[in-house]
Write a protein that binds this ligand. Structure first.
Ligand code: G4P
Length: 518
């Protein structure tokens, strides 16, 4: 098969949402549609909320499947669709953000009763920064929720993105009748089999008793208003992430899913290229294979050091047994063990194409952000660093183990598992993370891989801000509420106690230009 054709068939996206909005349910229904699974309940790992955070090891073991279910491929309408999971709850970590670097579009799931929630907002911002298309699925229409206009308004004002409803709900909760499909002016009823059709005057082509229902008439009026006064459909704006197509449905009832998928495959982008450190944009259809690593899943079994490195194939075709060079150290090796993921299974693969995500067995050779290539030399730009929110002082329990301790920190930091800071005067190591899980993984790996017990002392939640004009920083600006530390590149960073402390500082020292990472 022609490489170009294979690549054209690929669509790779992540689902972003706040816990409980219905991400797992939607994923499962998409897989059902794609025939990748036969029954609901196959995608596990969503109930991690039941466990205390310190139980993460147990959680990982019990659900076992979490690795495999973090990337899944299914077929729909001739396309090969890759869904990437963005772990939430206490699994939230920098990996969650980095996953968004490996996709070409995102699907945002919103609970109709709750609207935009904090985690959705965080993940959305990363998608927006990348300028990738964002599709919105407003879920749980079978329950009472906010009014559709209110939800669109909330999306537009909170996220600063235009909306274009592709479907429009008729009623909600007990009176949910169905959705109007804007593209073909049909109505898909929630509880009935047959579709209804609307004519140009918004009248039903065939009479139906629903016409007597006032909620129905209200929804038709709203729909007319959307058509007349809403944002224009604009493919280019969708492609840039400036306008989001919006769908209404109920994942649990497998309702509105097909309408979503049909439109998604029409407007979601094919695999896009990536930029190299030399500023060159590599096209996915480039003859040479290349890709970058965006996540490393450490083995949970302490007896085995091997890990799984997740790679986004950026260009060309991957073939099992091929030679690839690691750009960081120019070492060439044969890739003999690679896997791809199905819903409840992972299988060894023989080939993959640009757009696909593959898992490479790793005995400690890879780091997050690494490029692998065959043929022409290339190296992709580094993955961004994200602003951590949680901090922990860390030290070795046994002072005799300082060497192991620092080696462990250095490697885990390089690998992207955690961020490293140190205090101004005492050089006390401080770890930074976006999610609590990162600390737990760090502690576990220090013990198991570097044989070092550590002591961690929470510094708590802080707002980290870097400084554009470091030369203007004075020692006197350092205080417990605006604590000055160094990052791993020896840049100075203020850790503010809270928003108030940051504003107070900005007022007092207007000459200091603060900025955050992503
Ligand atoms: P998440 O991955 O985003 O965290 O959400 P998940 O799919 O686990 O869904 C969270 C809860 O919302 C689940 O209920 C799920 O059944 C429910 N849900 C998902 N989609 C819909 C929908 O369209 N309508 C309604 N009414 N509920 C929906 P739960 O009680 O927490 O779990 P379960 O015991 O039902 O599995």
């Amino acid at each position: 098969m022609d490489i170009k054709n294979e690549i054209k068939k690929r669509k790779t996206f992540a689902i972003i949402s706040h816990p409980d909005a219905g991400k797992t349910t939607l994923t499962e229904k998409l897989l059902l549609f794609g025939g990748a699974i036969r029954e609901a309940g196959t995608v596990k790992g969503k109930k991690s909320g039941k466990f205390a955070t310190s139980d993460w090891m147990k959680v990982e073991q019990e659900r076992g499947i979490s690795v495999t279910s973090s990337v899944m491929q299914f077929d729909f309408d001739g396309y090969k669709i890759n869904i990437l999971d963005t772990p939430g709850h206490e699994d939230f970590s920098e990996d969650t953000y980095r996953t968004l670097m490996a996709v070409d579009s995102a699907v945002m799931v919103i609970d109709a009763a709750k609207g935009i929630e904090p985690q959705t907002l965080k993940l959305f911002k990363v998608c927006k920064m990348r300028g990738i298309p964002i599709f919105t699925f407003i879920n749980k229409l079978d329950r009472m929720g906010k009014e559709p206009f209110e939800l669109l308004e909330e999306i537009e004002s909170t996220l600063e993105i235009e909306t274009y409803p592709m479907t429009w709900p008729i009623g909600m909760g007990p009176s949910f009748f169905g959705i109007i499909n804007r593209r073909d002016r049909t109505i898909t009823p929630f509880r009935e089999e047959d579709k209804l059709t609307l004519d140009d005057d918004y009248q039903l082509a065939e009479p139906h008793k629903i016409e007597a229902d006032s909620a129905y008439r209200d929804s038709i009026d709203e729909f007319m208003l959307v058509e007349e006064a809403g944002d224009e459909f604009d493919k280019e704006k969708i492609a840039k992430g400036d306008l989001t197509p919006v769908f209404f449905g109920s994942a649990l009832s497998t309702f509105g899913i097909e309408e979503f998928l049909d439109t998604y495959v029409d407007f979601a982008p094919q695999p896009t290229g990536r930029e190299t450190t030399e500023g060159q944009e590599i096209d996915p259809t480039d003859d040479d294979f290349s890709g970058f690593i965006f996540k490393i899943q450490a083995n949970m079994d302490p007896k085995h050091r091997d890990r799984l490195a997740f790679m986004r194939v950026v260009s060309g075709k991957f073939t099992r047994g091929m030679d690839a060079t690691l750009a960081r150290n120019k070492k060439k090796s044969k890739i003999t063990r690679a896997t791809m993921f199905m819903a409840d299974d992972k299988e060894t693969i023989n080939e993959a194409y640009a757009g696909d995500i593959i898992g490479l067995y790793d005995t400690g050779n890879y780091q997050i952000g690494d490029t692998l290539y065959s043929g022409k030399k290339r190296e992709y730009v580094d993955l961004p660093q994200f602003t951590p929110e949680l901090f922990m002082k860390v030290s070795a329990k046994n002072v005799m183990k300082q060497k192991h301790f620092y080696k462990g920190i250095e490697q885990l930091v390089q690998e992207g598992a955690i961020q490293y800071y140190k205090s101004m005067h005492t050089n006390q190591p401080i770890l930074g993370a976006v999610g609590q899980l990162q600390f737990e993984v760090f502690e576990h790996r220090m013990k198991n891989e570097y044989n070092t017990d550590i002591i961690m002392e929470p510094v708590g939640k802080k707002i980290a801000r870097w400084v554009e004009n470091e030369e203007d920083i004075k020692d006197s600006m350092n205080s417990p509420r605006a604590n000055l530390v160094y990052d791993r590149y020896d840049q100075q960073v203020f850790l503010f106690e809270n928003d108030f402390a940051m504003r107070w500082f900005a007022d007092k020292y207007p000459e200091i230009k603060l900025y955050s990472l992503l």
